[in-house]
Design a protein around this ligand. Structure first.
Ligand code: WT7
Length: 637
């Protein structure tokens, strides 16, 4: 496959960006022309950010799986689509060609149909990183069912919340998942979740760990048996459902500043074009290369850069089941070496954690195939950037520091590897089609260079979210109401003298822990559910490996006789309610929280204390009881 819209020089980039601003519709129509549409659009774009209402490729008919699978069969049928590396390096890896993948997706799509799934139905997917996860996702898209993938680290309660919010009718899961030395009982977690989910009529269980599971008659069926049933039917083909460009493709839940995660909705046409365009340009993909994104498909990074971006480009995508430190800290480098990986796309938290093991695990590995590197999920500190550049890229491979969000669908600000300039700590320049602006607190645009402010986007792009599931008003207030006529990202940002962007971090109550987005209110709600907890306040603090750690201030009804045990108990509760990823790193018991006279917790002060910037607390004169601040300072962990 060739990519006529792949930009090959800084000059071409500048021209493309300019074109995308002066004539956005013409620009995106030119890109979209290179996809397979059942019917082309009548209009490219209709939008307003007031409602908001954003529609791309109006009237067009498409199925994303025909772009990811069918259209490659003629030329790339025998090319590997997915290379799968298991958790245990001793287990056999799998190579799935485009033809294999097409067959498997059609087969499983027929399984879904046999189990009553229809276009528009919501399907929850809770699986480990095995090829069947990608197959399940694509099979949903094939028949027009809306997938909602939930990361394997979330608790039963979190799954239940997500299933209820989207009213899912079917769940696809595994008996269990292997992650490092651990064996996670996915089906058991689903069983707990489903006690509160009457909308779910069927559960399809794929075998992975062969751990014993309960199978409810009439509700639970085995993936393998269902496939056999389709084979017995003579393996009928599964024609792709014709979707409107603006029909919903998937929901992905993410945290915000309120307690309840929101279901970000992406649609078929625009998302497809944007995931593909950003993949092809950021990573300068060339046919035959092996692309390795280390994310989990449970996050947007996996959706866009393990599944839809690479497959729509006919690329070879490497899917890894395990973790970077199992069986040892050289695992990524072994994988790069074994499959001659050309592009590695990973997170700063992984880089920082691997840095801690020194160069031993890197030194004798052949990393010469690597020509491009990517970073995603959180700001990358300069030390990690240089370590990545020097020791993994051997000084040769460019680094694309890609800034984007679940809501944006694809990469927004980044270096195009080897094409546009890079600068440590900087995401650098906007993707063509993206018009970033920095605004002050009043929403006034801050023009010129050498400035900083809140990052907004002033024009729609095809991959942007369309709504939050079941609650459009929430979408409006969250993203489009802070500043008139702008999409507000929630991030602070600076633009240097050369016009390069550097993301400085969230300006709202959202934490970024190891690249995972966690709302402080969510963690507080979970802590407050623990018996004996009166109130709590959660803030982030700088953490060497995770980027941000979770610091919780907790008021107990009665002083604990064994504070260490109480801390562990509270962690258990948070794990149960949200999942292990939201466990606080530090819990400080306090007798009161700093509040204003109107009863609002002054997080600014708590944040400063957690950050150990005690001398810099700012104005505390509006506090109801300034005395609590001294107590909290003395008790800092
Ligand atoms: C938040 C979005 C985008 C996929 C993974 C995270 C932070 C993301 C960067 C980066 C600095 C970054 C932002 C953003 N973030 N990438 N390259 N540099 N910060 O998706 O869970 O929706 O989180 O992650 O704060 O708002 P997400």
């Amino acid at each position: 496959m060739s990519y006529p819209y792949q930009l090959k020089s800084y000059e071409e980039y500048k021209q493309a960006w300019q074109h995308s601003v002066t004539d956005p519709e013409g620009f995106w129509a030119n890109v979209a022309d290179h996809f397979y549409w059942r019917r082309k659009w009548d209009r490219v774009l209709e939008w307003n950010f007031k409602d908001p209402s954003v529609k791309w490729f109006l009237g067009a008919k498409v199925n994303i799986t025909e772009n990811c699978l069918d259209r490659h069969l003629g030329t790339l049928g025998n090319q590997p689509a997915i290379i799968w590396e298991p958790n245990d390096p001793e287990e056999r890896h799998r190579v799935i060609t485009y033809r294999d993948l097409y067959n498997k997706v059609c087969q499983f799509a027929n399984v879904l149909k046999n189990n009553g799934v229809k276009k528009g139905d919501r399907v929850c997917i809770y699986m480990g990183m095995i090829p069947e996860l990608a197959i399940a996702v694509l099979a949903c898209a094939r028949i027009g069912a809306i997938h909602s993938v939930v990361f394997g680290g979330f608790s039963a309660q979190s799954i239940a919340d997500r299933i209820q919010d989207a009213q899912c009718s079917l769940v696809i899961t595994c008996d269990g998942a292997f992650r490092g030395a651990k064996d996670i009982p996915l089906k058991a977690v689903i069983d707990d979740a489903l006690m509160a989910c009457p909308t779910v009529k069927k559960v399809i269980v794929c075998t992975r760990t062969r751990t014993p599971v309960s199978m409810l008659k009439g509700r639970d069926v085995w993936w393998e048996d269902e496939i056999k049933a389709v084979e017995t039917q003579g393996n009928p083909p599964c024609p792709a459902e014709e979707m409107d460009a603006e029909d919903e493709l998937f929901i992905l839940y993410t945290s915000g500043s309120t307690g309840k995660p929101k279901g970000v909705v992406h649609t078929c046409g625009g998302y497809m074009v944007y995931a593909n365009y950003t993949f092809v340009n950021t990573f300068q993909y060339k046919q035959g290369e092996v692309f390795f994104c280390t994310a989990d498909i449970g996050w947007i990074t996996g959706h866009s850069y393990i599944v839809y971006g690479p497959l729509s480009a006919g690329a070879t995508t490497l899917m890894f089941e395990g973790v970077p430190t199992y069986p040892d800290a050289g695992r990524f480098w072994d994988i790069v070496d074994k499959y001659r990986v050309n592009t590695l796309y990973t997170a700063p938290t992984a880089i920082r954690s691997l840095m801690g093991f020194g160069l031993g695990p890197v030194n004798h590995k052949d990393l010469s195939s690597l020509t491009k590197l990517g970073s995603v999920g959180e700001p990358i500190n300069e030390e990690a950037w240089h370590w990545y550049k020097d020791n993994i890229g051997k000084g040769r491979a460019p680094i694309a520091d890609t800034w984007w969000q679940t809501e944006t669908g694809g990469i927004m600000i980044t270096t195009l590897a080897g094409v546009t300039p890079e600068k440590p700590g900087y995401a650098t320049l906007p993707m063509p089609g993206i018009q970033p602006v920095l605004v002050d607190e009043q929403g006034k645009e801050i023009e010129g260079n050498g400035v900083s402010g809140n990052l907004c986007i002033k024009f729609p792009w095809p991959g942007m979210l369309r709504t939050t599931y079941g609650d459009h008003e929430r979408c409006r207030t969250n993203y489009f109401a802070t500043y008139e006529n702008l999409y507000f990202t929630g991030d602070g940002c600076l633009r240097d003298e050369e016009g390069f962007y550097r993301i400085t971090g969230r300006v709202d109550d959202v934490l970024n822990v190891s690249g995972h987005r966690i709302g402080t209110a969510e963690v507080e709600n979970a802590i407050n559910m623990h018996a004996g907890v009166v109130e709590s306040a959660v803030v982030g603090y700088p953490h060497d490996i995770k980027g941000q750690g979770i610091y919780a201030y907790v008021i107990l009804e009665n002083l604990s006789k064994d504070p260490e045990l109480t801390r562990k108990d509270i962690m258990q509760t948070v794990s149960r309610i949200i999942g292990p990823i939201a466990k606080p790193d530090r819990i400080q018991f306090v007798s009161g929280l700093p509040k204003t006279r109107s009863g609002k917790i002054m997080r600014r002060i708590l944040r400063k204390i957690a950050e150990n910037e005690m001398d810099n607390l700012g104005d505390t004169s509006t506090l109801l009881d300034p005395g609590v601040v001294d107590e909290i300072k003395r008790g800092r962990l």
